[in-house]
Design a protein around this ligand. Sequence first.
Ligand code: DC
Length: 217
Amino acid sequence: MSFVVAIDGPAGAGKGTITKMVGEKLGLVNIDTGATFRCVALNMLQENIHMDEEEKIKKILEKIDIQMEHDGKVYLNGEEVTKRIRENDVNDLVSPVSVLPIVRNKLLEVQRKIAEGKNVIMEGRDIGTVVFPDADVKIYLDATPEERAKRRVLQNKEKGIECSYEEVLQGIKDRDKRDSTREIAPLKRAKDAIYVDTTNLSIKQVVEKIIEIIENK
Ligand code: DC
């Protein structure tokens, strides 16, 4: 038996930071599903495969190996790509790639397997709706696009990645639109998810709120 906490929400809502902190405090394994989509996008860039080359995408999906370590490191086919998958070329490709049914089907299998038999806190866009519709706790984290862009710029700076606020804000708006209007597994709040607006909350406040929700289960 495993215990599953699903954290969904748009880019920059704080899912990554919050999931990591709550996971550490409660002893849950933290799984970032966005990283699995980013690995597929990076693999396509490495192999010079374009969006319309379905047969070639199928081939890389057949042999793709994605590993996530407890310390947050991500490995694609044996190579550490933790930082590489956050760069702009991957950011631009990952949203269109995540719309492809063959990619989603394959990663659904990968994500369920990673969580098998463990107590997990899993973050993404469709965890509470598709990946684990029977999750024990479902939370939908949100914030205004402007606040999310501010956070992304800061986060990138800390990682040594230079970017402008306008560029990031536009990227976030475009991604929101694509993620929530796609046909398969769109970004949307599960009916039974608890909505948490983080716009005016500190990280500490959000973490406390979520721990309280989980402990009340
Ligand atoms: O959370 P992130 O920014 O790393 O996600 C990257 C992309 O992957 C994002 O554009 C939406 C997609 N994604 C998805 O479709 N389903 C998930 N469960 C997680 C991410």
